[in-house]
Design a protein around this ligand. Structure first.
Ligand SMILES: *Cc1c(COP(=O)(O)O)cnc(C)c1O
Length: 224
């Protein structure tokens, strides 16, 4: 029998607290997003009833089901790659989109969104061929291209670290994302606050927090 969400949450909160303290950061600066993509509706409801208010899903179907189920008070994060043809079905229910990774997606959002959408640009820091995301060297230009879309609000950057037990490699991936964020911020572009760093999952969220994560996306360790 797996542990309750309450039990997992207590452990994770403790780890968040230690990592935040270690790096001189405040707990309130780290948002925990429960990734419910692997779990039943019942487990997602359990998470909500355990006090979690932010949820992440990476497919259209799961996103729409959980969004409906968890109700209007749940903050819904779309964290997976989003096909352009699916934008119209989900975009007006998305509170945060973590996977803006190409201009064609921005164009489709511009066409379909009723309100400006809070977006994080997915960056392929590790430059693995299998990963989505903008390469670091192309990021500045990409951000500047976003200025013409008034339905796109760039609030931060997102990345996934390589799957490895080499913690220093993971750390350097996260610190690179932070440096990129600082670079974008220093451009002082209109409507591009780019303050957030969405990084860290079950296996690496503590390192991510030490490197400045403001949003961590945790599935397995919390609800899975
Ligand atoms: C599945 C997923 C997560 C959560 O992964 P866990 O290792 O289960 O915590 C986080 N971010 C993205 C983009 C995902 O697809």
């Amino acid at each position: 029998m797996s542990k309750t969400v309450i039990e997992n949450l207590a452990e994770i909160n403790e780890k968040i607290s230690v990592a935040a303290k270690k790096s001189g950061r405040s707990l309130e600066d780290v948002k925990l997003i429960a990734v419910t993509k692997y779990v039943t509706d019942q487990r997602a409801v359990e998470a909500r009833d355990s006090g979690i208010s932010s949820f992440g899903e990476n497919y259209e179907d799961g996103f729409l089901t959980k969004s409906e189920l968890l109700g209007v008070d749940a903050e819904m994060h779309f964290i997976g790659s989003l096909q352009s043809k699916k934008v119209k079905n989900v975009i007006n229910r998305v509170d945060f989109l973590h996977s803006l990774d190409r201009e064609s997606l921005a164009k489709e959002i511009q066409k379909r969104a009723d309100f400006p959408v809070k977006c994080l640009i997915q960056v392929n820091v590790s430059e693995e061929a299998s990963k989505h995301g903008i390469n670091a060297k192309d990021l500045k230009k990409f951000v500047q291209n976003m200025l013409k879309y008034d339905k796109i609000e760039i609030i931060g950057l997102m990345t996934m670290a390589p799957l490895t037990t080499d913690n220093e490699l993971v750390r350097s991936c996260f610190s690179s994302l932070r440096e990129l964020r600082d670079e974008i911020r220093s451009l002082n572009l209109p409507n591009i606050s780019c303050e957030h760093l969405s990084m860290g999952m079950s296996n690496d969220f503590e390192i991510a927090i030490e490197e400045g994560a403001t949003m961590i996306r945790v599935g397995t360790a919390l609800v899975g």
